[in-house]
Design a protein around this ligand. Structure first.
Ligand SMILES: *Cc1c(COP(=O)(O)O)cnc(C)c1O
Length: 350
């Protein structure tokens, strides 16, 4: 054991480097007093379900799973037969970061990938993929999946979502939303969860808890109860039914009842905006994509980035070669300033 496992200074490589926020932690601690019925038949799970229904202003069906890959894959599988196709963009997490899980859990539904410059799907791209082939030799398009906020740090506006939903309806497609950072989109747009989901025609939303301040856990929300039929069996078969369900549910109670889900995302977004302002005027460094949520992508020559790594900073460059800097509920402004300062110094050495 290290003498101090937390001695590493804060990094901004991903929002899942963050810890557990106080509200989620306190609810876990309270849930840990005594025992409760297993497999979701407990008061915490019921209370979390009520909190979701209240937050989304509708009588949705919901399920808790351990991570986003399971949430997305099982949700998509529930919307598809094995011979169906799922339309997404080339940067989508389901395409690039889920190891084929959507195809695996749907027994072969093919991802139909649209090229996108900015990580956003458009009605035109949906139309193109939905009509590209109508013969029996090609998977039948059945679902559209979009990510809100996107892997590229962008958000879809209400108008964009409505246009996507119209395109889905025109082609008989269901609409799934990967909301690993849904809270950041709500915070960014100042819209309610209802306005950014079912009111825009989203059928199933995977609402991320992990990156928003929980230890673990995502919620799969079905706005049409018919689509949720047998989803409990799907979760169990996939190893995603928590026997001590109260520990997946309780943090949601803490997050939703306190409003931490939104204040956490608001803080993360603010850090991104602030950081982008700090680095905007640095020569030899450019911000590669508009900052809509909690992510900043910066472009700089390799020698600048390697000097930055040399100073101990961690970041990924897997999306278009830009360095991804990502903020979370616990991002410390002094560390944000320190990173901006180091970027300026490393860039000035060019
Ligand atoms: C992090 C993330 C997920 C979830 O990933 P897991 O590691 O499976 O929890 C899903 N979608 C997006 C866009 C993500 O960034």
């Amino acid at each position: 054991m290290h003498s101090n496992a937390n001695e590493l200074a804060q990094q901004f490589a991903s929002d899942n480097y963050s810890g557990i926020c106080p509200e989620a932690w306190a609810a876990m601690e309270t849930a840990n007093r005594g025992s409760a019925t297993s497999y979701g038949d407990d008061p915490w799970t019921a209370r979390a379900a009520d909190a979701f229904r209240e937050l989304f202003e509708t009588n949705l069906e919901l399920f808790f799973v351990f991570n986003g890959t399971a949430a997305n894959s099982l949700a998509l599988a529930s919307l598809c037969q094995s011979y169906h196709g799922v339309i997404c963009v080339d940067q989508a997490h389901v395409e690039t970061d889920e190891c084929g899980a959507p195809e695996f859990f749907s027994n072969g539904s093919k991802l139909l990938v649209a090229r996108s410059e900015d990580g956003k799907l458009t009605p035109a791209a949906i139309h193109e993929l939905a009509t590209k082939r109508v013969d029996i030799h090609y998977p039948k398009p059945r679902v559209v999946t979009i990510t809100q906020s996107t892997e590229t740090g962008r958000v879809y506006t209400v108008e964009e979502l409505k246009a996507i939903s119209s395109a889905c309806k025109a082609h008989g497609l269901s609409l799934h939303m990967d909301g690993a950072r849904f809270a950041n989109a709500c915070a960014s747009l100042g819209c309610s969860p209802a306005e950014l989901s079912w009111k825009c025609g989203v059928d199933v939303l995977c609402f991320g808890g992990t990156k928003n301040g929980m230890a673990v856990g995502e919620a799969v929300l079905f706005f049409d109860p018919v689509l949720a039929v047998d989803f409990d069996y799907r979760c169990k078969q996939a190893g995603q039914l928590a026997s001590k369900m109260r520990f997946l549910a309780a943090p949601w109670v803490g997050m939703l009842e306190s409003g931490a889900w939104l204040t956490n995302a608001t803080h993360a977004n603010r850090c991104a905006t602030y950081f982008a302002e700090q680095i905007a005027s640095i020569p030899n460094v450019t911000i590669a994509s508009p900052v809509n949520a909690n992510t900043v992508f910066l472009m700089a020559a390799d020698d600048i980035l390697s000097r930055l790594r040399g100073r101990g900073w961690k970041f990924y460059t897997f999306i278009g070669g830009a360095a991804r800097i990502m903020f979370a509920w616990d991002s410390d402004m002094e560390r944000v300033d320190a990173l901006a300062r180091d970027i300026r110094e490393c860039a000035n050495q060019s």
